[in-house]
Design a protein around this ligand. Structure first.
Ligand code: HAM
Length: 418
Protein backbone atom coordinates (compact mmCIF):
# COMPACT_ATOMS: atom_id res chain seq x y z
CA UNK A 1 0.00 0.00 0.00
CA UNK A 2 1.31 3.45 -0.79
CA UNK A 3 1.95 5.94 2.01
CA UNK A 4 -0.80 8.34 3.07
CA UNK A 5 -0.66 11.91 1.85
CA UNK A 6 -2.42 15.09 2.97
CA UNK A 7 -5.69 15.66 1.09
CA UNK A 8 -5.35 17.81 -2.03
CA UNK A 9 -5.64 21.48 -1.12
CA UNK A 10 -4.66 20.92 2.53
CA UNK A 11 -1.20 21.29 3.96
CA UNK A 12 0.74 20.64 7.11
CA UNK A 13 2.04 23.65 8.96
CA UNK A 14 5.38 22.23 9.95
CA UNK A 15 7.39 23.05 13.10
CA UNK A 16 9.72 25.30 11.09
CA UNK A 17 6.70 27.47 10.14
CA UNK A 18 4.68 27.51 13.34
CA UNK A 19 6.93 30.17 14.90
CA UNK A 20 5.78 32.66 12.24
CA UNK A 21 2.14 31.60 12.73
CA UNK A 22 2.37 32.06 16.47
CA UNK A 23 3.89 35.51 16.05
CA UNK A 24 1.03 36.55 13.75
CA UNK A 25 -1.51 35.20 16.24
CA UNK A 26 0.20 36.96 19.15
CA UNK A 27 0.24 40.23 17.18
CA UNK A 28 -3.48 39.84 16.48
CA UNK A 29 -4.39 39.12 20.09
CA UNK A 30 -2.27 41.99 21.42
CA UNK A 31 -3.45 44.60 18.95
CA UNK A 32 -7.12 43.62 18.80
CA UNK A 33 -7.23 43.59 22.59
CA UNK A 34 -6.06 47.22 22.63
CA UNK A 35 -8.93 48.10 20.28
CA UNK A 36 -11.43 46.46 22.66
CA UNK A 37 -11.99 43.19 20.77
CA UNK A 38 -12.42 39.89 22.60
CA UNK A 39 -12.03 36.41 21.21
CA UNK A 40 -14.99 34.25 20.19
CA UNK A 41 -14.68 30.58 19.19
CA UNK A 42 -17.51 29.06 17.20
CA UNK A 43 -17.92 25.51 15.84
CA UNK A 44 -16.21 24.36 12.64
CA UNK A 45 -19.52 23.07 11.24
CA UNK A 46 -22.98 24.59 11.16
CA UNK A 47 -26.34 23.96 9.55
CA UNK A 48 -25.95 24.28 5.78
CA UNK A 49 -28.83 26.77 5.59
CA UNK A 50 -26.92 29.26 7.75
CA UNK A 51 -24.33 29.72 5.01
CA UNK A 52 -26.81 29.52 2.14
CA UNK A 53 -28.86 32.32 3.66
CA UNK A 54 -25.99 34.29 5.13
CA UNK A 55 -23.48 34.28 2.26
CA UNK A 56 -26.01 33.96 -0.57
CA UNK A 57 -27.13 30.91 -2.57
CA UNK A 58 -25.84 32.37 -5.87
CA UNK A 59 -22.30 33.03 -4.69
CA UNK A 60 -19.48 30.74 -5.84
CA UNK A 61 -18.80 29.82 -2.22
CA UNK A 62 -22.28 28.45 -1.60
CA UNK A 63 -23.09 27.12 -5.07
CA UNK A 64 -19.88 25.17 -5.64
CA UNK A 65 -17.28 25.38 -2.90
CA UNK A 66 -18.86 24.16 0.31
CA UNK A 67 -18.04 20.89 2.05
CA UNK A 68 -21.57 19.75 2.79
CA UNK A 69 -22.60 16.38 4.16
CA UNK A 70 -25.61 14.67 5.65
CA UNK A 71 -25.37 13.89 9.32
CA UNK A 72 -26.60 10.49 10.50
CA UNK A 73 -29.96 11.98 11.43
CA UNK A 74 -30.38 13.33 7.91
CA UNK A 75 -29.68 17.00 8.68
CA UNK A 76 -27.41 18.83 6.27
CA UNK A 77 -24.19 20.19 7.78
CA UNK A 78 -21.39 22.26 6.24
CA UNK A 79 -17.79 22.92 7.22
CA UNK A 80 -17.58 26.69 7.63
CA UNK A 81 -16.30 28.40 4.47
CA UNK A 82 -15.86 31.67 6.40
CA UNK A 83 -16.36 32.91 9.95
CA UNK A 84 -18.88 35.75 9.75
CA UNK A 85 -22.09 33.71 9.37
CA UNK A 86 -21.24 31.46 12.32
CA UNK A 87 -20.29 34.42 14.50
CA UNK A 88 -23.55 36.18 13.66
CA UNK A 89 -25.42 32.97 14.54
CA UNK A 90 -23.63 32.87 17.91
CA UNK A 91 -24.31 36.56 18.55
CA UNK A 92 -28.02 36.11 17.85
CA UNK A 93 -28.36 32.82 19.71
CA UNK A 94 -26.64 34.19 22.81
CA UNK A 95 -28.19 37.62 22.54
CA UNK A 96 -24.75 39.20 22.85
CA UNK A 97 -25.65 42.62 21.48
CA UNK A 98 -28.18 43.29 24.20
CA UNK A 99 -25.49 43.06 26.88
CA UNK A 100 -22.97 44.94 24.70
CA UNK A 101 -24.57 47.13 22.03
CA UNK A 102 -21.13 47.85 20.51
CA UNK A 103 -19.92 44.25 20.56
CA UNK A 104 -16.41 43.68 19.15
CA UNK A 105 -15.10 40.15 18.60
CA UNK A 106 -12.35 38.33 16.74
CA UNK A 107 -11.76 34.68 15.84
CA UNK A 108 -8.83 32.66 14.54
CA UNK A 109 -9.19 29.27 12.90
CA UNK A 110 -9.56 27.02 9.85
CA UNK A 111 -12.07 27.55 7.01
CA UNK A 112 -12.96 25.18 4.17
CA UNK A 113 -13.67 25.92 0.52
CA UNK A 114 -13.46 23.45 -2.32
CA UNK A 115 -11.62 25.77 -4.69
CA UNK A 116 -9.05 24.78 -7.28
CA UNK A 117 -5.83 24.68 -5.26
CA UNK A 118 -2.99 26.94 -6.33
CA UNK A 119 -0.36 29.13 -4.70
CA UNK A 120 -2.08 30.96 -1.83
CA UNK A 121 -5.34 29.09 -2.35
CA UNK A 122 -6.18 26.03 -0.30
CA UNK A 123 -9.21 23.94 0.55
CA UNK A 124 -8.45 24.20 4.24
CA UNK A 125 -7.02 27.61 5.09
CA UNK A 126 -6.95 29.81 8.17
CA UNK A 127 -8.41 33.20 8.83
CA UNK A 128 -7.97 35.88 11.44
CA UNK A 129 -11.48 37.32 11.49
CA UNK A 130 -12.74 40.53 13.12
CA UNK A 131 -16.34 41.70 13.55
CA UNK A 132 -17.87 44.83 15.13
CA UNK A 133 -21.62 45.01 15.74
CA UNK A 134 -24.07 47.78 16.47
CA UNK A 135 -22.18 50.87 15.31
CA UNK A 136 -23.71 52.50 12.26
CA UNK A 137 -21.35 55.48 12.15
CA UNK A 138 -18.70 55.65 9.39
CA UNK A 139 -16.03 56.07 12.05
CA UNK A 140 -16.20 52.34 12.86
CA UNK A 141 -15.49 51.57 9.19
CA UNK A 142 -12.39 53.70 9.48
CA UNK A 143 -11.38 52.15 12.80
CA UNK A 144 -11.68 48.65 11.35
CA UNK A 145 -9.53 49.60 8.36
CA UNK A 146 -7.02 51.32 10.63
CA UNK A 147 -6.81 48.21 12.82
CA UNK A 148 -6.36 45.93 9.80
CA UNK A 149 -3.47 48.06 8.56
CA UNK A 150 -1.92 48.36 12.03
CA UNK A 151 -2.06 44.58 12.27
CA UNK A 152 -0.24 44.12 8.95
CA UNK A 153 2.31 46.71 10.09
CA UNK A 154 2.83 44.89 13.41
CA UNK A 155 3.47 41.71 11.43
CA UNK A 156 6.10 43.50 9.35
CA UNK A 157 4.26 43.54 6.02
CA UNK A 158 5.34 46.27 3.60
CA UNK A 159 4.26 47.14 0.07
CA UNK A 160 0.58 46.52 0.36
CA UNK A 161 -2.34 48.51 -0.99
CA UNK A 162 -5.75 49.32 0.48
CA UNK A 163 -8.55 49.11 -2.08
CA UNK A 164 -11.94 50.64 -1.28
CA UNK A 165 -15.47 50.68 -2.65
CA UNK A 166 -19.09 51.09 -1.62
CA UNK A 167 -21.60 48.53 -2.86
CA UNK A 168 -24.69 50.43 -1.74
CA UNK A 169 -27.53 48.94 0.29
CA UNK A 170 -31.09 47.63 -0.01
CA UNK A 171 -32.28 51.10 -1.01
CA UNK A 172 -30.01 51.61 -4.03
CA UNK A 173 -28.39 48.34 -5.06
CA UNK A 174 -31.44 46.54 -6.50
CA UNK A 175 -32.04 49.41 -8.93
CA UNK A 176 -28.35 49.47 -9.85
CA UNK A 177 -28.32 45.70 -10.41
CA UNK A 178 -31.24 46.15 -12.85
CA UNK A 179 -29.32 48.81 -14.75
CA UNK A 180 -26.24 46.59 -14.77
CA UNK A 181 -28.19 43.57 -15.99
CA UNK A 182 -29.72 45.59 -18.79
CA UNK A 183 -26.24 46.79 -19.80
CA UNK A 184 -24.97 43.21 -19.82
CA UNK A 185 -27.98 41.81 -21.70
CA UNK A 186 -27.37 44.16 -24.59
CA UNK A 187 -23.83 42.75 -24.96
CA UNK A 188 -24.39 39.07 -24.23
CA UNK A 189 -22.37 37.99 -27.27
CA UNK A 190 -19.23 39.50 -25.75
CA UNK A 191 -19.53 37.40 -22.58
CA UNK A 192 -18.24 33.90 -21.90
CA UNK A 193 -20.47 31.17 -20.41
CA UNK A 194 -19.56 31.97 -16.77
CA UNK A 195 -20.42 35.64 -17.05
CA UNK A 196 -23.52 34.89 -19.10
CA UNK A 197 -24.84 32.71 -16.30
CA UNK A 198 -24.08 35.44 -13.80
CA UNK A 199 -26.13 37.99 -15.72
CA UNK A 200 -29.16 36.05 -14.55
CA UNK A 201 -28.09 34.89 -11.10
CA UNK A 202 -25.83 37.61 -9.77
CA UNK A 203 -24.72 40.31 -12.25
CA UNK A 204 -22.35 42.00 -9.76
CA UNK A 205 -20.13 38.91 -9.94
CA UNK A 206 -19.30 39.79 -13.56
CA UNK A 207 -16.87 42.35 -12.13
CA UNK A 208 -14.80 39.44 -10.74
CA UNK A 209 -14.17 38.15 -14.27
CA UNK A 210 -10.54 37.99 -15.32
CA UNK A 211 -11.32 36.84 -18.88
CA UNK A 212 -9.28 39.17 -21.16
CA UNK A 213 -11.95 39.31 -23.88
CA UNK A 214 -14.54 40.63 -21.38
CA UNK A 215 -12.48 43.45 -19.92
CA UNK A 216 -13.37 46.11 -22.49
CA UNK A 217 -17.08 45.57 -21.95
CA UNK A 218 -16.68 45.47 -18.17
CA UNK A 219 -14.86 48.81 -18.25
CA UNK A 220 -17.84 50.36 -20.03
CA UNK A 221 -20.50 49.08 -17.61
CA UNK A 222 -22.41 51.43 -15.32
CA UNK A 223 -20.69 51.94 -11.98
CA UNK A 224 -22.24 51.49 -8.57
CA UNK A 225 -20.56 54.71 -7.41
CA UNK A 226 -22.87 56.63 -9.78
CA UNK A 227 -25.96 54.89 -8.40
CA UNK A 228 -25.61 55.19 -4.63
CA UNK A 229 -28.57 56.57 -2.69
CA UNK A 230 -27.95 59.76 -0.66
CA UNK A 231 -27.40 57.82 2.57
CA UNK A 232 -24.81 55.47 1.08
CA UNK A 233 -23.14 58.34 -0.74
CA UNK A 234 -22.87 60.38 2.46
CA UNK A 235 -21.63 57.39 4.42
CA UNK A 236 -18.92 56.67 1.85
CA UNK A 237 -17.96 60.34 1.65
CA UNK A 238 -17.50 60.45 5.41
CA UNK A 239 -15.46 57.21 5.43
CA UNK A 240 -13.15 58.71 2.81
CA UNK A 241 -12.88 62.03 4.67
CA UNK A 242 -11.91 60.27 7.89
CA UNK A 243 -9.39 58.03 6.10
CA UNK A 244 -7.78 61.20 4.76
CA UNK A 245 -7.85 62.68 8.25
CA UNK A 246 -5.98 59.64 9.58
CA UNK A 247 -3.49 59.80 6.71
CA UNK A 248 -4.58 56.38 5.41
CA UNK A 249 -4.01 56.05 1.67
CA UNK A 250 -6.29 53.96 -0.52
CA UNK A 251 -7.25 53.31 -4.11
CA UNK A 252 -10.89 53.40 -5.18
CA UNK A 253 -12.02 50.41 -7.25
CA UNK A 254 -15.65 50.26 -8.31
CA UNK A 255 -15.12 46.60 -9.30
CA UNK A 256 -14.49 45.56 -5.71
CA UNK A 257 -17.83 43.79 -5.19
CA UNK A 258 -16.47 40.91 -3.05
CA UNK A 259 -17.58 37.29 -3.28
CA UNK A 260 -20.23 37.29 -0.54
CA UNK A 261 -23.73 38.73 -0.83
CA UNK A 262 -24.11 40.19 2.66
CA UNK A 263 -22.13 43.36 2.07
CA UNK A 264 -23.65 46.82 2.23
CA UNK A 265 -21.94 50.20 1.84
CA UNK A 266 -18.19 50.02 2.53
CA UNK A 267 -16.12 47.12 1.13
CA UNK A 268 -12.35 46.89 1.20
CA UNK A 269 -9.40 44.64 0.53
CA UNK A 270 -5.69 44.81 1.16
CA UNK A 271 -3.63 43.37 -1.66
CA UNK A 272 0.04 42.59 -2.00
CA UNK A 273 1.90 42.28 -5.28
CA UNK A 274 4.20 39.75 -3.58
CA UNK A 275 1.34 37.22 -3.60
CA UNK A 276 0.88 36.80 -7.36
CA UNK A 277 -2.55 35.87 -8.75
CA UNK A 278 -4.25 35.35 -5.36
CA UNK A 279 -3.23 38.81 -4.22
CA UNK A 280 -5.80 39.57 -1.54
CA UNK A 281 -4.30 39.39 1.95
CA UNK A 282 -7.50 40.44 3.66
CA UNK A 283 -10.98 41.50 2.72
CA UNK A 284 -14.07 42.76 4.44
CA UNK A 285 -16.83 45.29 4.66
CA UNK A 286 -20.07 46.34 6.24
CA UNK A 287 -23.09 43.98 6.43
CA UNK A 288 -25.90 45.97 7.95
CA UNK A 289 -28.79 43.60 7.16
CA UNK A 290 -27.17 40.27 8.00
CA UNK A 291 -27.96 40.01 11.71
CA UNK A 292 -31.62 40.76 11.02
CA UNK A 293 -31.71 38.35 8.05
CA UNK A 294 -30.39 35.58 10.28
CA UNK A 295 -33.17 36.12 12.79
CA UNK A 296 -31.57 38.64 15.13
CA UNK A 297 -32.19 42.27 16.02
CA UNK A 298 -31.67 45.00 13.42
CA UNK A 299 -28.07 45.82 14.35
CA UNK A 300 -25.31 46.79 11.95
CA UNK A 301 -22.09 44.88 11.42
CA UNK A 302 -18.70 45.33 9.82
CA UNK A 303 -15.57 43.22 9.74
CA UNK A 304 -12.77 41.66 7.76
CA UNK A 305 -10.86 38.40 7.49
CA UNK A 306 -7.20 37.89 6.78
CA UNK A 307 -5.74 34.76 5.17
CA UNK A 308 -3.00 33.41 7.43
CA UNK A 309 -1.37 31.26 4.71
CA UNK A 310 -1.10 34.30 2.47
CA UNK A 311 0.27 36.57 5.17
CA UNK A 312 2.86 34.13 6.52
CA UNK A 313 3.96 33.38 2.93
CA UNK A 314 5.10 36.96 2.34
CA UNK A 315 6.28 38.05 5.78
CA UNK A 316 9.94 38.86 6.17
CA UNK A 317 9.99 36.86 9.40
CA UNK A 318 12.85 34.61 10.45
CA UNK A 319 11.99 30.92 10.41
CA UNK A 320 12.04 30.80 14.22
CA UNK A 321 13.64 27.44 14.92
CA UNK A 322 13.02 27.75 18.64
CA UNK A 323 15.73 28.38 21.17
CA UNK A 324 17.79 26.15 23.40
CA UNK A 325 19.35 27.91 26.36
CA UNK A 326 21.16 24.96 27.84
CA UNK A 327 22.01 21.46 26.67
CA UNK A 328 22.94 18.97 29.38
CA UNK A 329 25.54 16.32 28.67
CA UNK A 330 25.68 13.70 31.44
CA UNK A 331 28.68 11.47 30.61
CA UNK A 332 29.51 9.97 33.99
CA UNK A 333 27.97 6.68 34.97
CA UNK A 334 25.14 7.61 37.30
CA UNK A 335 25.17 11.22 36.04
CA UNK A 336 21.77 10.84 34.39
CA UNK A 337 19.81 11.27 37.65
CA UNK A 338 21.62 14.52 38.44
CA UNK A 339 20.94 15.74 34.94
CA UNK A 340 17.23 14.94 35.23
CA UNK A 341 17.00 16.95 38.46
CA UNK A 342 19.02 19.85 37.06
CA UNK A 343 16.92 19.87 33.90
CA UNK A 344 13.75 20.08 36.00
CA UNK A 345 15.14 22.94 38.12
CA UNK A 346 16.38 24.92 35.12
CA UNK A 347 13.01 24.58 33.37
CA UNK A 348 11.23 25.67 36.54
CA UNK A 349 13.50 28.73 36.46
CA UNK A 350 12.17 29.52 32.99
CA UNK A 351 15.03 28.30 30.80
CA UNK A 352 14.71 26.15 27.70
CA UNK A 353 16.66 22.98 28.43
CA UNK A 354 17.30 19.74 26.59
CA UNK A 355 19.47 16.76 27.37
CA UNK A 356 20.61 13.51 25.86
CA UNK A 357 18.47 10.55 26.78
CA UNK A 358 20.40 7.79 25.03
CA UNK A 359 23.76 7.85 26.84
CA UNK A 360 25.62 8.87 23.69
CA UNK A 361 29.30 9.80 23.65
CA UNK A 362 30.73 13.31 24.01
CA UNK A 363 31.28 13.93 20.33
CA UNK A 364 27.78 13.10 19.23
CA UNK A 365 26.26 15.10 22.09
CA UNK A 366 28.30 18.19 21.23
CA UNK A 367 27.15 17.84 17.63
CA UNK A 368 23.56 17.77 18.80
CA UNK A 369 24.14 20.86 20.99
CA UNK A 370 25.52 22.65 17.91
CA UNK A 371 22.55 21.65 15.84
CA UNK A 372 20.17 22.99 18.48
CA UNK A 373 22.20 26.22 18.62
CA UNK A 374 22.43 25.75 22.39
CA UNK A 375 23.90 28.81 24.08
CA UNK A 376 25.39 26.84 26.96
CA UNK A 377 26.39 23.23 27.36
CA UNK A 378 26.72 21.76 30.86
CA UNK A 379 28.95 18.66 31.03
CA UNK A 380 29.05 16.12 33.81
CA UNK A 381 32.01 13.69 33.47
CA UNK A 382 33.47 11.37 36.12
CA UNK A 383 35.78 14.08 37.39
CA UNK A 384 33.02 16.71 37.66
CA UNK A 385 30.80 14.20 39.44
CA UNK A 386 33.53 13.49 41.99
CA UNK A 387 34.10 17.24 42.61
CA UNK A 388 30.38 18.19 42.73
CA UNK A 389 30.62 20.59 39.78
CA UNK A 390 29.46 20.85 36.15
CA UNK A 391 31.66 22.20 33.37
CA UNK A 392 29.63 24.96 31.74
CA UNK A 393 30.67 25.93 28.25
CA UNK A 394 29.66 29.22 26.64
CA UNK A 395 29.21 28.09 23.04
CA UNK A 396 29.53 31.49 21.39
CA UNK A 397 32.60 32.60 23.36
CA UNK A 398 34.18 29.11 23.40
CA UNK A 399 35.05 29.54 27.09
CA UNK A 400 34.22 27.27 29.96
CA UNK A 401 34.26 27.17 33.73
CA UNK A 402 33.46 24.77 36.53
CA UNK A 403 30.32 25.69 38.46
CA UNK A 404 29.32 24.04 41.73
CA UNK A 405 26.14 22.05 41.59
CA UNK A 406 24.02 24.23 43.95
CA UNK A 407 24.98 27.45 42.09
CA UNK A 408 24.14 26.22 38.61
CA UNK A 409 20.58 27.46 38.30
CA UNK A 410 21.42 30.98 39.47
CA UNK A 411 24.63 31.04 37.42
CA UNK A 412 22.92 30.07 34.15
CA UNK A 413 19.95 32.34 34.76
CA UNK A 414 22.23 35.32 35.28
CA UNK A 415 24.31 34.49 32.22
CA UNK A 416 21.25 34.16 30.01
CA UNK A 417 19.31 37.14 31.27
CA UNK A 418 22.22 39.46 31.86
P1 HAM B 1 -13.06 36.54 1.88
O1 HAM B 1 -12.61 37.64 0.99
O2 HAM B 1 -13.81 35.43 1.26
O3 HAM B 1 -13.91 37.20 3.04
O4 HAM B 1 -11.80 35.93 2.61
C1 HAM B 1 -10.91 36.74 3.35
C2 HAM B 1 -9.48 36.32 3.13
O5 HAM B 1 -9.34 34.92 3.37
C3 HAM B 1 -8.96 36.51 1.72
O6 HAM B 1 -8.52 37.83 1.53
C4 HAM B 1 -7.81 35.53 1.69
O7 HAM B 1 -6.64 36.10 2.28
C5 HAM B 1 -8.29 34.40 2.56
N1 HAM B 1 -8.80 33.29 1.73
C6 HAM B 1 -10.03 33.16 1.19
N2 HAM B 1 -10.13 32.00 0.51
C7 HAM B 1 -8.93 31.37 0.64
C8 HAM B 1 -8.39 30.12 0.17
N3 HAM B 1 -9.11 29.27 -0.54
N4 HAM B 1 -7.10 29.83 0.49
C9 HAM B 1 -6.36 30.68 1.23
N5 HAM B 1 -6.83 31.86 1.69
C10 HAM B 1 -8.08 32.20 1.41
C11 HAM B 1 -14.51 36.52 4.05
O8 HAM B 1 -14.29 35.36 4.31
C12 HAM B 1 -15.41 37.38 4.91
N6 HAM B 1 -16.04 36.52 5.92
C13 HAM B 1 -14.63 38.50 5.54
C14 HAM B 1 -15.45 39.36 6.43
C15 HAM B 1 -15.52 39.32 7.77
N7 HAM B 1 -16.29 40.31 6.03
C16 HAM B 1 -16.88 40.86 7.08
N8 HAM B 1 -16.43 40.26 8.15
Amino acid sequence: MSAFRAIKGTRDILPAETGAWQRVEAAARGLFGRFGYREIRTPIFEETQLFARGIGADTDIVSKEMYTFDDRDGSSLTLRPEATAGIVRAVVENNLTSADPALRVYAIGPMFRRERPQKGRYRQFHQVDVEAFGVASPSIDVEIVEMALAFLEACGLRDHELVLNSVGDGACRPAYVDVLRAGLLSHLAKLGPDSRRRVETNPLRVFDSKAPEEQELIASLPRISDHLCPECRDHFGEVRRQLDLMGIRYRLDHRLVRGLDYYTKTTFEVTSAALGAQNSVLGGGRYDGLVRDLGGPDVTGIGFALGMERLTMILPLPAGDGRCDVFLVPLAAGGRDKALLLQRDLRRAGLTVLMDHEGRGLKSQMKRADKLAARYVALLGEEELARGVWTVRDMAASTQEAVEDPRLVVYLKEKLNG
